[in-house]
Ligand binder design. Structure first.
Ligand code: ADP
Ligand code: SF4
Ligand code: MG
Length: 329
């Protein structure tokens, strides 16, 4: 029997109502306006693996992250956590403690007035996982050690740490409820290049040691290169290419994936891209007709400008592009 994925999204969309106030709409006879932040997205994350989602700012990555831990509800589609409807899983505290999220800015997500030991212990107390101060202190010390800090660091406040150390504290806190599944939304994007590498290595170590499942989100393909089992490339709310990371890095099919890969400076550096993909990302309120990537695509033709490409399978990779389907790539 095939194992149930830890997380599964089936045709998930999330729209935001960005209409102007009612009176202005009524006076100008304007319809409501919806922004399709996430548009019919499907993926699965098997246990103990990492699915990375990449794409430029505004393509819907953080919205997928929030949907995946139940911070947003889908407008349509289903999300399952360990085979159960996510909303039902969230209602059960035994399942809710199994999922957690790590954010980009470790300073904003750590309460500056709390000592680190209380920040890390908060989920343990909230879920009543341990009782007694001695047991909680011992567990917090263990968690801090696990992320490369010292138990004595628990006495300090977040501002006494560097950015990388603060992200280690966020990771200790995320691990304190003994989760199976972590959603990591640009966890290293605010850090210096050398520190990014240390945090990525730590996350990989922890994954192997604790059999964690990651949904890892980044705008930078170089960052996810050594992290990912599977890779999804997002553009304007859709996943345009999805498959084994190794295959996509070796043989990118979608023209957008190709442009993102060409922009990586070199494999070992996770700095700023060499040549960012040309052109602006269109507004998701009024996406271009046909293939939403056509205004920026070097391979666009008339069909691309009028017909939305369907997802097709090419040797284990799911891709939405007419040029691939027509054999023009
Ligand atoms: N709460 C919200 N209300 C309205 N629009 C939103 C909201 N959250 C995100 N968006 C819009 O949805 C799109 C995707 O945003 P986001 O998921 O944050 O992208 P990313 O993380 O890839 O930068 C953007 O156009 C953004 O402006
Ligand atoms: S469908 Fe056409 S416009 Fe879209 S990515 Fe493929 S070739 Fe480019
Ligand atoms: Mg984001």
């Amino acid at each position: 029997m095939v194992d149930t994925p830890v997380l599964e999204a089936i045709g998930v969309s999330r729209h935001f109502d960005v209409s102007r106030p009612w009176l202005q709409r009524a006076l100008n006879r304007e319809p409501r306006r919806f922004l399709r932040a996430v548009d019919n997205v499907s993926f699965a994350v098997p246990r103990g693996t990492t699915l990375s989602l990449v794409g430029e700012s505004g393509c819907g990555k953080s919205t997928v992250a929030r949907l995946s831990v139940g911070l947003y509800e889908p407008t349509s589609g289903d999300i399952r956590f360990e085979g159960q409807d996510l909303a039902a899983a969230r209602a059960d505290s035994r399942l809710r403690r199994k999922m957690n999220m790590i954010f980009q800015d470790p300073y904003a997500s750590l309460n500056p007035r709390w000592r680190v030991r209380d920040i890390v212990a908060e989920p343990i107390r909230a879920f009543a996982l341990l009782s007694g101060d001695a047991a909680i202190t011992a567990r917090v010390g263990e968690l801090l050690t696990q992320v490369g800090l010292a138990p004595a660091d628990g006495e300090k406040y977040p501002h006494e740490f560097s950015g990388g150390q603060r992200q280690r504290i966020s990771i200790a806190r995320a691990l304190s409820s003994a989760p199976d599944f972590l959603v990591c939304d640009e966890p290293t994007s605010a850090l210096d290049v050398s520190v990014q590498a240390q945090i990525l290595n730590l996350m990989r170590d922890l994954q192997a040691r604790l059999n964690l499942t990651y949904l890892f989100i980044s705008h930078n393909l170089a960052v996810v290169r050594h992290m990912s089992d599977a890779l999804g490339v997002m553009y304007l709310g859709r996943i345009v290419e999805l498959g084994p990371a190794e295959t996509i890095f070796a043989r990118p099919l979608h023209p957008y994936t190709r442009l993102l890969l060409e922009a990586i400076p070199d494999i070992e550096r996770v700095g700023t891209p060499r040549t960012p993909v040309g052109g602006e990302v269109p507004s998701p309120i009024a996406p271009p007709p046909g293939c939403p990537f056509h205004p920026r695509c070097p391979l666009a033709n008339d069909r691309c400008r009028s017909e939305k490409p369907a997802h097709i399978h090419v040797e284990g990779v799911d891709v939405a592009c007419h040029a691939v389907q027509e054999g023009r790539v």
